[in-house]
Design a protein around this ligand. Structure first.
Ligand code: PMP
Length: 992
C-alpha cells in the first residue's frame, strides 16, 4: 500500500526514546522502533504491558487534539478495541519534550495486522465492516465544531476534496492508467460528489485499510491509526475499508461481506448505497494519484512505485464494470430491491392504460399453450425443435412456453462462463417456442434502442431491444431475441415503434446459433453498459439482483397459469438474504445452520438429503406432512374457505369436538391463529369478566410474543432486551421440586404459600393467574404436586380467574391425560391452545365457560378474519380424529415412559444426567456438572445438541441456564426412534 512521507526529522535514538518513555510517562522497559506511516513510533514493553510512544512535531498539535477526542470517545467500545491514550505523569496527553518535539503514549493492541494475516475469510470481512461501522458510530458523537478548519484542511485522502486531485492526473505517464483515473474522477466530480455532500457529515476514521486493522487469534479485534480523521459522510469511511479488500475478478462481490457487516451495525440508507461504489473507485484512483504525486516529490522512492501494483491492476476492473449495476448489487446486498425503479415499472405495467399488446399470436390468451421444463432437474429435456414440435403436436398446442427464473443446464457454451466466475444458468426471460417465421409484435409503444445479430454459438442471434417509458418518465426495455435476420432490415436506433406493430419473425435454428425457433422475451430495467451482450441468463447466486433488473415478462404476456418457477437458490444465498430481508432478531437453530426442505413423519430432511429425527417439534403433532391433514386441507381448499360469519359445519362441529375434550363448564370456543393471540384473547376475556387488571405469573414463564403477552412473560421481560416486570404483574417462584427454593415432597404447599404471599404484594385487584402445568421455558419443570390446586384456590379467592396455557403441552401429549391441567386435578376458567392444534397449520383456540363468554358480550363485536375458517377447522377436526384413530395419546404414554426409563438407565452410569422429568412425550432431561451441587452443565448441553445434529437427531434446550433438553417430538414416534435418541445421547455424553 501507499506510504505517506515519513517525518525523518522526528526520529530519535532508542536510548533517547527510552528516556522519554521513562521520564514523561513512567514506562520503562524494552524499546523498539516500529514501522510507522508518518511518525516514528516506539514499542515500549514494560512489566505492566505494552505501549506505543509516538513522536510528533508542533504543527500536528491541533490534529492530535482531534485524535485525543476521538480516542476518548472510543474508550468504552465493547466488541472492538482502539488505542487508549496513556497520560503523562504530568497529566498531559501530549507533552512537549523539547527540541520542537511532542510525545504521547497509547495502549498497544495485541495481534497482527490484517495485511500480515493469512486465511482470512468472509467472516473476517463481515467483522471488518462491523468494526468500521462501530468506530464511526461512536465518532458521530464527538463535537468537532471547534476543529472544523483543521478537519477540512487540504488533504488528498479526503474524498470530498476530489477536485484537488485533478491537476495531478497529468503526473500519470501510463496513458491507459491515466484514462481510468480520469474516468473515475470525472464520474465523481460530475455526479456523485453532490450526492455525497448532501449526506449527513460527522467525524470519521477514514482509514480502515489492511495496515490499520488488528487481528488476534483469528478474530478482528481493533482499529488503529487515527491520523486521517476527517469530517465527512460515514459511507466515505466504509468505502476506504472496501477499497483495500477488492478482488479484481469481481470487485463488487468481493466486498459484499464488508458492506453487510457494516449494514448490520450501521444500517446503510439508499442514498449512501448510491454513492458507495463510486467512493470505492475514488479511493483506488486517489491512491494512484497520491502515489504519483509523492513519486514526483521523491523520484528515487522505489517503494512508492511497487506498492501501487495492486491498485493499478484494480482500476481497469473497476472502470469496466457498470457503476450502475454495482450500485444495484450493493443495494441488493443490503436487502433493498436491486433496481430502485423496478417496483415502479412493475406497478405501472400492472395498472397502465397504455396499450399492452400480445408479443406473439394475438389473441394470445386463446393460443393453446404447453410448458417446457428446461430445468437442470429434468433429465428428459425437449431440446431440439423436433422434440418440442412433437410435444406441441401431441397436445395440439400453438406455442410452448419456457419459464422465467428457471435454472437450466442447457447453457453449455463458454459464452455463459466468465473466467473464474460462476456460470450463468438462470433464465431471465420467457421463451415462446413456435415455428420459424411466426410473427413477433412490439409489446408497448417505444423506440428502437438497439438491434444486433449476435452470431456466437448459443448467443441471442438477431435481436431487437425497444425502449419504453412510464408515465413518470422511468425508462425500461423489452428484448426480443432469436429473430430472423430479415427482422433487422430497415431498423434504426430511435425509430418509433407502436404497440402491437409487427417488428420481427422468429428465426430458424441456423440463424439462431443453435437454439430451436423461439422468441426470448425479456423485460430489462437497465442495460448497464452491456451493449449488445445483454444477459438473458444470470448466475444463481445473483438471482435476487436479476429478478429486479429483469422483472417477470408475464407482466406483459399475462399468461394466467404463470411463468415463474422460482429456481432454488443456493443455501449461501438464502443465508445472506435471510440476514437482510428477515429480522435479525430471529435466530437460527444449531451452530451449523441447516436448509430443511422436507418433512415426513418424525423426520426432517436437509437439502443434501441428510435425515434427522425431529425431537423438537411439537407443532407437527401427528408427524410432518401427515397425509390426512394434507388431504383435508386440500379438499377443503378446493371447496370453500371463508370466515365464521356463516353457518358452516366445519367450525361448529369442530368446536363441539374440541370442547368435548375439556371438562364442564368449559364449553365455549373462540378460534384464533396463534398461541400468543389465544393468550391475548384470554386476557381480554378475564379483564372483561373481572374488571380487574392485576396478573399472577410464574417465574421463567413464556406465554407469547405480542405486546400484552410479553408483559406477562418473565422469560422475556426479565431476559435479554427485556424491560422488567410491569406494575400490574407479580411473579411467583417457579414450583420446581428438583432444584427450586423448596425441594422434594411437600414443596408444592410451600410454593403455594409463596404464591399467596406474592399475590399479597399486588397493589391492585387480581384479574387472572396464568400458567402452564409443565413450565416449558423454565426447562420443562412440572409444577410441584399440590401447587396448582392451591394456587387456583388462592387466585379465585382474590377474585381472579385461572388460565391454563396448553399451547405447548396439550392435545394428548401428557399421555396420562389429554390436557396438562388434568395432571393437577383442577378445572381452569380459560384454556388456551396453540401449536399442536393444527399439526402444522396455524390454528389456535381459547375455550372458556358460558359465564365468562357471557361477560364478553359487551356490545363490541368479536371477529377474527382467519380464526376457525373452514380450512383451518377441517384440519383441526382431522387432527382430533387422527389422535383417536392412531391411538396417539396412548402412544405418548408408552413411548414417553420408555424414553424416560431409558434415560434414567443411562443416568446410572452418566453423572451428567441430573434429572429426568415430564409426562408422556413432554420430557426434560437436566444436565449437571455434578449431582450434589446441581450446577448446570450448559456447555455439555450445547455440545450434545450439536453432536446429536451431526448424528441425525434434532434436540433443543431451555431453562434459565440452558441446560435442560426439551424433548417434545411428534406424537407418532415409536420405540425405534427412542432407541436412536438413546444411542446418540449415550455416545454424545460419553464423548463430550
Ligand atoms: N404459550 C406458550 C407456553 C408457548 O410456548 C408459546 C410459543 N412457544 C406461546 C404461548 C405462543 O405461541 P405462538 O408462538 O403460536 O404465538
Amino acid at each position: 500500500m501507499l506510504k505517506r512521507l515519513f517525518r525523518y526529522h522526528l526520529i530519535m535514538a532508542l536510548d533517547i526514546a527510552r528516556e522519554v518513555a521513562d521520564k514523561f510517562f513512567k514506562k520503562s522497559g524494552d524499546i523498539k522502533l516500529l514501522f510507522g506511516e508518518r511518525n516514528p513510533n516506539y514499542l515500549v514493553t514494560t512489566k505492566d504491558g505494552k505501549f506505543v510512544l509516538k513522536i510528533h512535531s508542533v504543527d500536528e498539535v491541533l490534529q492530535l487534539q482531534i485524535q485525543q477526542s476521538a480516542l476518548a470517545a472510543l474508550e468504552n467500545l465493547v466488541k472492538f478495541q482502539t488505542p487508549i491514550t496513556v497520560p503523562a505523569t504530568s497529566g498531559e496527553l501530549l507533552v512537549d519534550i523539547g527540541d520542537g518535539k511532542f510525545a504521547r503514549m497509547l495502549s498497544w493492541i495485541d495481534g497482527d495486522l490484517w495485511s500480515q494475516s493469512k486465511n482470512l475469510s468472509d467472516g473476517h470481512k463481515i467483522a471488518l465492516g462491523k468494526l468500521i461501522a462501530t468506530v464511526d458510530i461512536e465518532l458521530g458523537s464527538v463535537d468537532v465544531a471547534k476543529y472544523r478548519n483543521e478537519l477540512d484542511r487540504p488533504f488528498g485522502w479526503n474524498a470530498l476534496q476530489v477536485q484537488s486531485l485533478v491537476d495531478d492526473i497529468e503526473l500519470i505517464k501510463d496513458a491507459e492508467l491515466k484514462q481510468h483515473v480520469k474516468l473515475v474522477l470525472d464520474r465523481v466530480i460530475n455526479g456523485t460528489l453532490a450526492k455525497v455532500k448532501a449526506l449527513p457529515h460527522q467525524l470519521i476514521h477514514n482509514d480502515g485499510n489492511d495496515n490499520n486493522v488488528v487481528i488476534n487469534e483469528g478474530s478482528v479485534v481493533g482499529l488503529i491509526d487515527f491520523g486521517d480523521l476527517i469530517y465527512a459522510p460515514r459511507v466515505c469511511g466504509l468505502a476506504v475499508g472496501c477499497a483495500y479488500q477488492l478482488d479484481a475478478r469481481d470487485p463488487v462481490a468481493s466486498i459484499y461481506s464488508i458492506v453487510r457487516g457494516y449494514h448490520e451495525v450501521a444500517p446503510l440508507s439508499p442514498a449512501e448505497l448510491e454513492v458507495l461504489f463510486d467512493l470505492i473507485c475514488l479511493r483506488v484512483a486517489t491512491s494512484v494519484v497520491m502515489a504519483h504525486r509523492q513519486l514526483a516529490a521523491d523520484p528515487d522512492n522505489e517503494y512508492l512505485g511497487v506498492s501501487q501494483d495492486f491498485f493499478q491492476a484494480l482500476l481497469p476492473a473497476l472502470t469496466t464494470v457498470s457503476d450502475r449495476l454495482s450500485h444495484y448489487r450493493l443495494r441488493n446486498a443490503c436487502g433493498y430491491e436491486a433496481h430502485p425503479d423496478s417496483r415502479h415499472v412493475r406497478q405501472w405495467l400492472a395498472t397502465t392504460d397504455a396499450k399492452i399488446s400480445d408479443v406473439v399470436m394475438p389473441p394470445f390468451a386463446q393460443a393453446k399453450k404447453i410448458w417446457l421444463d428446461w430445468s437442470g432437474e429434468n433429465k428428459n429435456i425437449a431440446r431440439s425443435w423436433e422434440a418440442i414440435e412433437a410435444e406441441m403436436k401431441s397436445a395440439g398446442a400453438d406455442v410452448a412456453i419456457g419459464h422465467y427464473c428457471e435454472d437450466r443446464n442447457v447453457y453449455e457454451s463458454d459464452f455463459f462462463v466468465d473466467e473464474g466466475k460462476e456460470s450463468r444458468t438462470v433464465h431471465l426471460a420467457v421463451d415462446l417456442f413456435a415455428p420459424a417465421g411466426t410473427p413477433v409484435y412490439a409489446a408497448l409503444d417505444g423506440k428502437v434502442f438497439l438491434f444486433h445479430d449476435n452470431t456466437a454459438h448459443l448467443d441471442n442471434g438477431p435481436m431487437i431491444v425497444l425502449e419504453h417509458e412510464t408515465d413518470q418518465g422511468v425508462k425500461f426495455h423489452t428484448l426480443y431475441a432469436h429473430l430472423s435476420r430479415a427482422s433487422l432490415d430497415g431498423l434504426s436506433v430511435g425509430k418509433e415503434i407502436k404497440s402491437g406493430q409487427q417488428i420481427a419473425t422468429m428465426g430458424t435454428e441456423e440463424v439462431n446459433v443453435g437454439w430451436p425457433p423461439h422468441t426470448h422475451f425479456q423485460l430489462i430495467m437497465d442495460l448497464c453498459d452491456m451493449a449488445h451482450d445483454i444477459w438473458g441468463v444470470a448466475a444463481i447466486s445473483e438471482l435476487p439482483v436479476w429478478r429486479s433488473m429483469c422483472p417477470n415478462p408475464n407482466l406483459i404476456l399475462r399468461i394466467p397459469e404463470g411463468t415463474d418457477v422460482h429456481a432454488h437458490m443456493k443455501t449461501e444465498t438464502l443465508a445472506q438474504e435471510r440476514e437482510v430481508v428477515l429480522s435479525r432478531a430471529l435466530s437460527l437453530n444449531f451452530q451449523k445452520h441447516l436448509e430443511i426442505v422436507r418433512g415426513e413423519g418424525a423426520y426432517l430432511y436437509d437439502r443434501d438429503g441428510g435425515k434427522y429425527l425431529d425431537l423438537v417439534n411439537n407443532v407437527a403433532h401427528l408427524g410432518h406432512s401427515h397425509p390426512r391433514v394434507v388431504a383435508a386441507a386440500h379438499k377443503q381448499m378446493l371447496t370453500l374457505n371463508t370466515n365464521t360469519r356463516y353457518w358452516n359445519q366445519n367450525a361448529i362441529e369442530y368446536a363441539r369436538a374440541l370442547a368435548g375434550t375439556l371438562p364442564d363448564p368449559l364449553s365455549v370456543v373462540f378460534f384464533v391463529n396463534s398461541g400468543s393471540e389465544a393468550n391475548d384473547l384470554a386476557l381480554r376475556l378475564a379483564r372483561t369478566h373481572t374488571k380487574a387488571n392485576g396478573m399472577m405469573v410464574l417465574e421463567h414463564a413464556y406465554h407469547g410474543h405480542i405486546t400484552s403477552i410479553i408483559d406477562i412473560s418473565p422469560y422475556k421481560f426479565n431476559g435479554p432486551g427485556g424491560e422488567g416486570c410491569p406494575d400490574h404483574v407479580r411473579v411467583a417462584p417457579i414450583p420446581d421440586a428438583y432444584k427450586g427454593i423448596h425441594r422434594g415432597e411437600g414443596s408444592g404447599e410451600k410454593y403455594a404459600a409463596d404464591f399467596a404471599n406474592t399475590l399479597k404484594t399486588l397493589d391492585q385487584p387480581l384479574c387472572a393467574f396464568i400458567s402452564e402445568s409443565i413450565v416449558s421455558s423454565g426447562g420443562q419443570v412440572p409444577l410441584a404436586p399440590g401447587f396448582l390446586k392451591q394456587a387456583f384456590a388462592v387466585s379465585r379467592a382474590a377474585g381472579g380467574l385461572c388460565i391454563s396455557d396448553e399451547v405447548q403441552i396439550g392435545m394428548g401429549r401428557m399421555g396420562k391425560t389429554f390436557w396438562g391441567f388434568e395432571l393437577h386435578d383442577v378445572v381452569p376458567d380459560i384454556v388456551t391452545i396453540g401449536k399442536p392444534l393444527g399439526s402444522g397449520h396455524p390454528l389456535a383456540a381459547v375455550v372458556t365457560t358460558p359465564e365468562i363468554a357471557h361477560s364478553f358480550m359487551t356490545g363490541m363485536e368479536y371477529f377474527n378474519t382467519f380464526g376457525g375458517n373452514p380450512v383451518s377447522a377441517a384440519i383441526g377436526q382431522t387432527v382430533l380424529d387422527v389422535i383417536v384413530d392412531e391411538s396417539l395419546q396412548r402412544n405418548a404414554l408408552t413411548v414417553g415412559n420408555y424414553l424416560m426409563a431409558g434415560v434414567r438407565e443411562l443416568g446410572k452410569s452418566i453423572e451428567t444426567i441430573g434429572d429426568v422429568r415430564g409426562s408422556g412425550l413432554f420430557i426434560g432431561v437436566e444436565f449437571v456438572t455434578d449431582r450434589e451441587s446441581q450446577s448446570p452443565a450448559t456447555k455439555v448441553t450445547k455440545d450434545l445438541i450439536e453432536f446429536a445434529r451431526e448424528n441425525g437427531v434434532f434436540l433443543s434446550s431451555d431453562g434459565p441456564a440452558d441446560n435442560v433438553l426439551k424433548i417434545k417430538p411428534p406424537m407418532i414416534i415409536g420405540t425405534k426412534e427412542v432407541d436412536i435418541f438413546l444411542d446418540v445421547l449415550e455416545r454424545g455424553l460419553n464423548s463430550i
